[in-house]
Design a binder for this molecule. Structure first.
Ligand code: NAD
Length: 471
């Protein structure tokens, strides 16, 4: 049985003041694998005080000092790559394929912000005055369970680049992953108080971070519902916020797309991270007259998708993170049937032989209407909705008819055609013919998918305040 009974404040591993415990459950077996002692409000206040004290010196650090710290952090996390992969599979049920890919990119968060920092202008002259960008202050970082290490590393890297100090509250369900990360960051040897961790519940540690007047900004990744609470709770102290929230991303297959390429990519894409991905293309928009052909390809792909134990290298879909998440996905599959969508693959219940864990069948609904709840709401599981459209105008309207606007995907054999459609889509990221990623580009959502942008110059700017100095 693993025990996570320390948090990290002011450069030291300390026993939390909080005494409540939380069970860590392996989602493949539902067997308890560990126990975590949760921090409380006092722990959070202590961490904020340490970050506030450290900010005094760190906010005055030079760019080259911060680059040196970022390089140390990168080296420290890269040394623990295999530990991150192992623990992500065990604690979260992340597939070997996803966990490996995700953790291979971890060092990249530091590289891209170092590159950004090298060319970033912290000071400009406008007329005869100076405009200086200065670090915003102590940042509260609150992250979800579905990509814990990469969320934390990308946010920490940007905060450090800006000269901010941080208090990190990861998901309590990611505590084994957090343990490895705390150790790695400690080994990086930054001055004490710059990076602090408090493991705890959202309504305890998260609320304290959001309410506390000594925290200048919250950088949050998680659900839209909690994002709204953070804005409300943070308004009394006028918190700066960057909110990376949910998604229901459209994947538009244009008339001139090659279906044999585009549809398999669409199905595997919808199942990325076992369907527990904010950017997953979960609404597949296809020309109505091609629906039979699309259905045939999609069904045959779904039949080849391997749902199984996450440690197996061939597995595409591992278990849902928790029983609660499993039940949520099951309820949406039942809802799809009630709403009159046609079940093309998968369905309710667990795949044969996987009854002990939180496994969901690779599910596809077709003949889905965009006003159905399965097309409007984020399911966060391996459930794809195929939505037929009549004309391209119709497709653009359906794509934008969503409370979300995180990502969108377009398939076409004609790049110019895809670019024309991309210019009319309301989403923070539009990928053409694939799922490419570039950490220098801004990332974030339109509408209820969030506020602000992360990564690169846009992300860095969000950790800085502009100050005009008139001489
Ligand atoms: P969640 O919103 O339930 O929790 C996220 C974090 O917020 C956790 O650490 C949680 O403890 C904390 N929290 C809960 N209540 C809080 C409160 N009142 N105040 C402050 N913090 C609180 O999300 P989840 O279930 O852990 O993760 C899944 C969600 O995250 C999905 O909606 C997904 O789309 C979203 N997500 C978005 C992105 C993105 O970049 N846009 C990336 C990954 C996940």
């Amino acid at each position: 049985m693993k025990k996570v009974n320390k948090i990290y404040i002011n450069g030291e591993f300390v026993t939390p003041h909080g005494t409540e415990t939380f069970d860590l459950i392996n989602p493949s077996t539902n067997i308890k694998i560990g126990e975590v002692t949760l921090g409380d409000e006092k722990d959070t206040q202590d961490a904020i005080a340490a970050a506030k004290e450290a900010f005094k010196a760190f906010s005055q650090s030079s760019v080259s000092e911060r680059i040196a710290y970022l390089e140390k952090l990168k080296d420290a996390v890269e040394k623990r790559e295999q530990d991150f992969i192992d623990v992500m599979i065990e604690e979260y049920g992340g597939t070997y394929q996803f966990s490996t890919l995700s953790n291979q990119n971890t060092g990249g968060w530091f590289d891209s912000i170092i590159e950004t920092l090298k060319h970033f202008e912290f000071e400009k002259n406008i007329n005869s005055s100076i405009v200086r960008l200065q670090p915003v202050g102590v940042v509260g970082i609150i992250t979800p369970w579905n990509a814990s290490n990469s969320s934390i590393c990308s946010k920490v890297a940007t905060a450090i680049a800006a000269g901010c100090t941080v208090v990190i509250k990861p998901s309590e369900m990611s505590s084994l992953q957090t343990q490895v990360l705390m150790e790695a960051f400690h080994d990086a040897g930054l001055p004490k108080g710059i990076i602090n961790f408090v493991i705890g519940l959202g309504n305890v540690v998260g609320t304290e971070l959001t309410n506390n007047r000594n925290v200048a900004k919250i950088s949050f990744t998680g659900s839209t519902a909690v994002g709204k609470m953070i804005i409300k709770n943070g308004s009394d102290t006028m918190k700066r916020v960057t909110l990376e929230l949910g998604g229901k991303s459209p994947n538009i297959i244009l008339e001139d797309a090659d279906l044999e390429k585009a549809i398999p990519m669409a199905v595997y894409g919808a199942y990325m991270n076992s369907g527990q991905a904010c950017i997953a293309p979960t609404r597949l928009l296809v020309p109505e007259h091609k629906i039979d052909q699309v259905n045939a390809i999609a069904k045959s792909v779904a039949e080849k998708v391997i749902v199984g134990f996450p440690e197996n290298q061939e597995t595409h879909i591992g278990p849902m993170v928790s029983i609660k998440q499993f039940e949520r996905v099951q309820n949406y599959i039942k809802l799809g049937l009630e709403e009159g969508a046609t079940l093309l693959a998968g369905g309710v219940g667990k795949p044969e032989g996987l009854e002990a864990g939180n496994f969901v069948k690779a599910t596809i609904f077709t003949n889905v209407r965009n006003d159905m709840r399965i097309a409007q709401e984020e399911i966060f599981g391996p459930v794809l909705s195929i939505i037929p459209y009549k004309t391209e105008e119709d497709a653009i309207e359906i794509a934008n008819d969503s409370p979300y606007g995180l990502a969108a995907y377009i398939s076409s054999e004609d790049k110019e055609h895809a670019l024309r459609v991309a210019s009319r889509i309301d989403a923070g990221r539009v990928c053409i013919n694939g799922f490419s990623h570039d950490p220098m580009l801004p990332f974030g959502g339109f509408k209820q998918s969030g506020i602000g942008r992360e990564f690169g110059v846009y992300g860095l700017g969000a950790y800085l305040e502009a100050k005009a100095i008139l001489k």
